[in-house]
Design a protein around this ligand. Sequence first.
Ligand code: AMP
Ligand code: MG
Length: 320
Amino acid sequence: MITRIFDPRENGITAAAAVLSAGGLIAFPTETVYGLGADARNGQAVARVYQAKGRPNFNPLIVHVANLELAKQFAHFNDLALDLAAAFWPGPLSLVLPLRPDHGLSELVTAGLDSVAIRIPQHPTAQALLKAFGGPLAAPSANPSGRISPTEASHVMEDMDGLIDGVIDGGACAVGLESTILKVTDTHVSLLRAGGVSVEDIAQVIDRDIATPDDPAIPQSPGQLKSHYAPRTQVRLNAKTIETNEVLLSFGPDCNAAAMNLSKSGDLIEAASNLFAYLRKMDSIALDAGANAIAVSPVPMKGLGLAINDRLTRAAAPRN
Ligand code: AMP
Ligand code: MG
């Protein structure tokens, strides 16, 4: 893949927005770091973000939008969330809010949770891109997993050249810190990650206690919970055969016994984009059939297979 460099002063923004609409990946500057953007409604595009970053797990991604009106299509804003949005958006604050039932986002963005992290960035290039694109962009930092976040287009090219469709060169990022992540429910406000907006500044806007990550009442980051989104039915991994009383979720060239197939052609991007929805469907198939386990065919431990196996392992973990 050839990675193009777009100039925001020329027609670069329109061209980059067209690549995003076609399901491509574009790195762009925000006031925090360079983000790697993909259409948050397109499961295959989002799966490619995980692939390009080489992420070994499906932690949820932050959704970037141009304005509050669009944000309200995806998340439910209570009065507290509206106050925070009015005070800090556009800017480096991500709000974790309840998902709306008709959100239309890929489940790879929310990692299957019933909440979504959302923000309106301030950087003029990010703003221009989001406006031209007109939809939600899932955008983690534009670096390979485990490497330092990029604050210049040249950093993105050093690490991601050949792996993504393009980068918009908008100069150096101002904050260089990640966004603050705040979870807001009707009863609690909790800090999930410290970042560009300080807790003191947040406390001036809302008349509530803010729980911090050390607070034992607050669960850890969602991806770290072991038996997270476990189906109600037991899950058996690396199944090469199917036992009586099992239903099979397969991967690769089909065998007739499979109830569902993550990807008949063995395409890991397709499998990743199907994973959450298929686990859910397999659970109801298993319950309807009175099966006592969901058997899952082996998924190779390469590329996106790492993140797929990580999620499957959590689904199969013993229940608390
Ligand atoms: P980043 O790596 O900057 O894209 O930040 C992503 C982080 O945001 C994740 O690792 C989570 O900690 C947090 N996050 C995103 N979505 C959610 C969510 N729905 N619920 C809780 N935390 C979230
Ligand atoms: Mg990062």
